[in-house]
Design a binder for this molecule. Structure first.
Ligand SMILES: Cc1cc2nc3c(=O)[nH]c(=O)nc-3n(C[C@H](O)[C@H](O)[C@H](O)COP(=O)(O)O)c2cc1C
Length: 289
């Protein structure tokens, strides 16, 4: 593919390739986002697990590392949402991808500030809601995706054509896309860009721990499964934690018990644990800077 590869998505963000690097909590800090943007895609800082001051530092470092467009992904379910949005506005971020919440809540305010807004959805119903809320584009994320997922379990292959027919704004396909062949398939199905997550986790620029990168690379076919459908559906690697949750779900444990087992700030804690087990890492790397 020779740049520029023009679609409404590449034109919307003024990028060479309609390839978005997904926001992924502790895996996608400024290093990954700026590397993708410098390479002609759109890098996203995953703000979900960041304290507000950490998000500000990531945005400032990203601005210093690239003069190309980049954005911030904000899952709307986190408690620091107001502070995150304030920082986005103060730092002049140009692109925001929202997820895990109602697109109506923040889209107008962000658009009024001149920000391009994209919302992540897993169904035609929510894709239309995002369009009605004034979003510039939507991400249609199929069942194959890593991270949180739709309860309906609609696969990317099925979801993309339905969503592309249902909305007029550009559709960015996500879920199970990891190379050029997957991207071409998504474009053939009616998408005008792709959002890639898991593949970018395993890059040197990703702030994920090497152990996690190795799990992403080495997990075999069938090695992940959608879990916690009652609480918050998420695709998990079938490891010890998965087995514990699976056992609770099978014996019909109450939601509170599963919630308590999750604990608080699991993403931040995992980041900390992974960092401390790596002897040659300095304390400065406690958070994914
Ligand atoms: C480790 C991980 C963390 C994720 N965190 C977020 C997040 O914070 N916000 C969000 O909107 N999506 C998140 N996602 C979903 C991605 O943004 C993306 O849509 C998905 O990974 C695409 O599917 P793929 O992994 O098959 O490429 C996450 C995915 C992974 C694998």
């Amino acid at each position: 593919m020779q740049p520029p590869y023009k679609t409404r998505v590449s034109e919307l963000f003024n990028i060479d390739y309609p390839i978005i690097q997904a926001g992924m909590i502790w895996c996608s800090g400024w290093r990954l986002a700026s590397a993708v943007s410098n390479a002609g895609g759109l890098g996203l800082i995953g703000s979900g697990s960041m304290y507000p001051d950490v998000l500000r530092q990531h945005i400032q470092k990203c601005k210093a590392a690239t003069d190309k467009p980049f954005g911030v992904n904000i899952p709307l379910l986190y408690p620091s949402i107001e502070e995150h949005m304030q920082i986005i506005l103060e730092e002049g971020v140009q692109v925001v991808f929202t997820s895990a919440g109602n697109p109506k809540t923040w889209t107008k305010q962000l658009k009024d500030a001149g920000i391009k807004v994209v919302h992540v959805t897993a169904s035609t119903t929510f894709a239309k809601k995002a369009e009605d809320a004034g979003c510039d584009a939507i991400v249609a994320e199929g069942f194959e995706a890593g991270g949180h997922n739709g309860r309906e379990e609609t696969t990317t292959m099925v979801l993309i054509p339905m969503v592309a027919d249902a909305v007029k704004i550009p559709v960015i396909a996500a879920g199970g896309i990891a190379n050029g062949r997957g991207m071409m398939a998504a474009l053939a199905l009616g998408a005008e860009g792709v959002q890639v997550g898991s593949r970018f986790v395993a890059t040197p620029e990703s702030s994920a721990h090497d152990n996690f990168k190795n799990v992403v690379i080495n997990t075999p076919e069938g090695g992940t499964m959608l879990s916690m459908k009652q609480l918050v559906p998420v695709r998990l690697v079938k490891n010890k934690f998965f087995t514990e949750i699976d056992e609770m779900e099978k014996r019909g444990a109450p939601i509170e018990e599963i919630f308590n087992h999750l604990g608080r700030a699991r993403a931040k804690k995992e980041c900390l644990r992974a960092t401390l087990t790596r002897a040659n890492w300095s304390l400065a790397r406690l958070l994914p800077m």
